[in-house]
Design a protein around this ligand. Structure first.
Ligand SMILES: [Zn+2]
Length: 651
């Protein structure tokens, strides 16, 4: 015997298939987003006020709406006719006494609730090949003429478990919570076959089902199956078709359509709130889901958490979550993670199509592509486009594309596929901008060359921000003094940040509102400016903090030693000189870099700003004495460490 406690592969597959089947039964979200051409039952703006929602929807709903909503919760099940379900759970229709007479099948009939006589066939079992004319007739006149529920149901006799059963009139009625009964408008009785049909499904459904083609006659499970059919997606779809066709034919809404509209209205209002939450979270880049997706749990994530918060002030949402929250798989609540993801997907596609249409309107565009690994170590290609809108340049992120290599050929395929998928013509590409890596910028087989072969006008301009970063980094990297200096800045940060006590000492000396030592930035070199500016602005205070730590006997010998080493370095003339010197250079670099990254930057400004930076740097060559003077003011009576060594050697 196996002792395993986990599920087998087959069991898991079965479970997954069941889950998929359950999901496929839900109505697609888009079915609730149909724009209603007819006058809505309740005006739209009423629903914007959270407190009025509850009242409005309640009063907009027909008395039986509450029942319908509850039924929406029930899993859609249409048990096979031969399958016996637990009789205890299903209320059996009351057996009708054997009917005495069958209504005569006259060709011309009059109906108590209809004002017209008809020559049309009123038996739905005989509607197999309904003419256009007959279909139009039923669309305009509705189901009341062909329900056939006023006579007897003699032909509905069926044998079930050795017992005669008949269709009950109670199947045509539904009891509301308040005890009131309403007519089940869509259900039709066929006197010839003794079975029942669905009005909308018989008219419009292309699928084979008991209610649309053969007729339903499992009277033992009648109530459950009728309710199940009414809440099924196919029935809903056909009712919508009926509704729109009737609207086209200029008919006023019948009770049936009002019921349908109210149901739609209810779910639209649920979805409005869900859309608002999804929009709110996604616009702020917040994560959606938590570890536990149960309403009421503190770990249920931002999506359910925000809905819970809203429900505290929104009685409609509160009521919905109370009834439908945590209803489990197979039940419709539109609160699940699947719905949430479907919405994110729909919204993402909408935003993308909006950008694409703007781009196509502008006709000419340029592309900017770079790759970076994400948290799950998948390399993602960031695809950005730039075009002109209202006489100003706009830069839009299109999408992330996972890539499997960095070869120019692969990248070319990815870029061209993405453009093709969005029906953007490569021949309208007027510019491309990447970093300076050889696979991107390569002159002979880089991505830029390959794109240029496809579209000659796609001029390649290396990313100015990337280039500036590279120039600065390389220039500083080839100077030993600069390396030693930046190493010292990093050591200073490491020393103070390693202990909270040291950090507090530093804070007490530097005081509020002044900059504190910072770490060097590994990615954006110009951001080293922050770290150097802190050292420059708070030089004396940092020195005093180090002196305090050396004298503090409560500190360990190691700390005192480290502080001593740092103070020896910080009081050298070279460090002071370089602090002032690099502070100036980096501030200019940083400002230039920020301008180069601006969305509305154009080539002219980029060239001018780079020329200005070059001019400034060149000018520094003649400023040596000035910097020396400044350093001497900050640290008087000190000279270069190296010069004293050299003097000794020479003497
Ligand atoms: Zn139906």
């Amino acid at each position: 015997m196996s002792n395993r406690t986990y599920q087998s592969g087959a069991a898991k597959r079965k479970k997954a298939a069941k889950a998929k089947e359950d999901i496929s039964k839900y109505l697609p979200l888009t079915s609730f987003l149909l724009v209603q051409k007819s006058k809505p039952v309740v005006s739209e703006d009423v629903f914007l006020c959270p407190t009025s929602n509850f009242v409005s929807i309640d009063s907009a709903l027909l008395p039986n709406e509450t029942l319908e909503i509850q039924q929406e919760l029930e899993p859609e099940q249409e048990p096979e006719p031969e399958q016996e379900s637990e009789p205890a759970q299903v209320p059996e229709p009351v057996q009708e006494p054997e009917p005495a007479q069958e209504p005569e099948s006259n060709q011309i009939k009059t109906y108590p609730n209809a004002t017209t006589k008809t020559t049309q066939e009123t038996d739905p079992a005989l509607w197999h090949q309904l003419s256009q004319e007959a279909q139009s007739f039923w669309i305009s006149n509705g189901p009341s003429m062909c329900q056939n529920n006023d006579g007897s149901f003699k032909n509905s006799e069926r044998l079930s478990c050795g017992q005669k059963r008949y269709l009950s009139k109670s199947c045509f009625r539904r009891e509301l919570h308040n005890g009131e009964f309403v007519n089940c408008e869509w259900l039709l009785y066929s006197p010839s076959t003794g079975s029942v049909f669905c009005f909308a499904c018989t008219l419009f459904s292309s699928k084979h089902s008991n209610f649309s083609t053969t007729g339903f006659d499992d009277w033992k499970n009648a109530l459950k199956c009728i309710s199940g059919h009414e809440n099924g997606s196919e029935h809903h779809k056909n009712m919508l078709t009926y509704s729109s066709r009737q609207r086209e034919s200029g008919q006023l809404d019948s009770v049936l359509l009002k019921q349908l509209h109210n149901k739609q209205l209810y779910w639209q209002n649920v979805l409005k709130r869900i859309v608002a939450v999804v929009k709110f979270l996604s616009s702020r880049g917040l994560p959606f889901r938590g570890n536990n997706e149960t309403i009421g749990s503190e770990q249920n994530g931002n999506y359910l958490g925000t809905l819970e918060l809203l429900s505290q002030f929104d009685p409609f949402l509160h009521e919905h979550m109370k009834k439908h929250g945590n209803s489990g798989k197979g039940n419709t609540s539109y609160l699940s993670a699947n719905i949430c993801e479907e919405f994110i997907c729909l919204m993402g596609n909408k935003v993308l199509s909006e950008i694409i249409s703007e781009l196509k309107k502008a006709k000419y565009y340029s592309i900017s592509v770079d790759s970076t690994p994400d948290l799950s170590h998948v390399d993602q290609l960031t695809f950005t486009v730039r075009y002109v809108k209202d006489l100003a340049p706009v830069e839009r992120f299109l999408q992330f594309v996972p890539i499997h290599g960095h070869g120019a050929e692969h990248l070319e395929t990815v870029v061209l596929n993405l453009l093709q998928e969005n029906e953007i013509s490569i021949s309208d590409c007027r510019g491309q901008s990447y970093d300076n890596a050889s696979n991107m910028a390569g002159q002979y087989s880089g991505l830029q060359k390959r794109i240029k072969d496809k579209s000659e006008s796609a001029l390649f301009i290396p990313c100015a921000g990337h280039s500036l970063n590279l120039v600065g980094n390389s220039a500083a990297g080839c100077c030993l003094e600069a390396i030693i200096f930046f190493d010292f800045v990093q050591c200073l940060y490491n020393f103070f940040s390693a202990s909270t006590h040291r950090w507090q000492v530093l804070l007490s000396f530097v005081g509020k509102g002044k900059k504190i030592v910072k770490q060097l930035s590994g990615t954006r070199w110009s951001a080293c400016a922050d770290a150097v500016t802190c050292l420059h602005d708070s030089y004396d205070e940092i020195k005093k903090a180090l002196e305090f730590l050396i004298k503090d006997i409560s500190q360990s010998k190691e700390t005192q030693n480290d502080a001593q080493n740092l103070i020896t370095k910080i009081t050298t003339f070279e460090i002071v000189f370089l602090t002032i010197f690099w502070n100036d250079i980096l501030c200019h670099f940083n400002e230039t870099s920020k301008i180069l990254q601006k969305e509305n930057l154009n080539l002219d400004v980029a060239v001018r700003i780079l020329k200005s930076l070059l001019h400034f740097i060149k000018d520094l060559r003649s400023q040596f004495e000035n910097y020396q003077e400044k350093a001497k003011i900050l640290l008087p009576n000190t000279d270069y460490r190296d010069s004293s060594n050299r003097t000794k050697k020479r003497s």
